[in-house]
Write a protein that binds this ligand. Sequence first.
Ligand code: MLT
Length: 301
Amino acid sequence: MFQIKTYNAIAKAGLKKFNEEHYQLNQSETPDALLIRSHKITEEELPNSVLAIGRAGAGVNNVPVEACTEKGIVVFNTPGANANAVKELVLANLLLAARPILEGANWVKTVTGSNIEEIVEGEKKRFAGTELQDKKLGVIGLGAIGAMVANDAYRIGMNVVGYDPYVSVDTAWTISSRVKRALTIEEVLRTCDYITIHVPLLPQTKQLINHEKLALMKKEAVLLNFSRGELVDNKAVATALVDGHLKQYITDFADEQFIGNEKVLVLPHLGASTIEAEVNCAKMAARTLKYFLETGNIKRS
Ligand code: MLT
């Protein structure tokens, strides 16, 4: 019987659901493995008994990966398990960027009087939008999520260009041949109307979008970030929005820089927050962990 320490309800739920006989969920100080979701594991917190840490999610930036590697602890994630949820939210936000849906809906509730319909008809031109069809979308990072966003954006009529110097063979097969590939990130930034970031947070990607990169973007461009807040220099974004170098920033990551800024739409890290994605991640993490503890290998299913 393996001892598994879990930190979040979702990870716990996945383990329970998958296979109660092989695991004992407890808060043992000598667990064989840790299963986590949002909990940030510190180096000091790593028990010597641990052989693996599974993250029920895509990013592993809440795990001290280097320290784990030094100690021989295997760290794994659940790639693709929540990709559909993130993709759907990105597509929804592309539509929100093109059409003032929220602004129109909020305004219409404030209209009063006996002739509401007439007032609304008379003023609705204030809320005219644009279409996504034929607009150019740049997808930076073509992993599981980026590939799905690129394919579906193409299906709704956008011209899609992707950039990723390290795309895996598995993901490469899933990317539609209609998605053009850019050789440099600068090419994407210079030419696209909408740019969405789908890269992991690593030392090399921290503040990937900085002042210099923002300066390359079209003045009317919209930037979307549903990956990690630290990929973008928020101060530089706030300045670019004031200087008119960027039309809108849509992000899943709060920052005090954005308080009261009407050109920024901030969500409370909802990308993977669907019931389906949470179950998928928890199940994949549990299966992967079971296989690892039994065989010493990582194989996702
Ligand atoms: C992920 O890394 O999979 C997502 O950001 C999910 C999350 O942490 O809520």
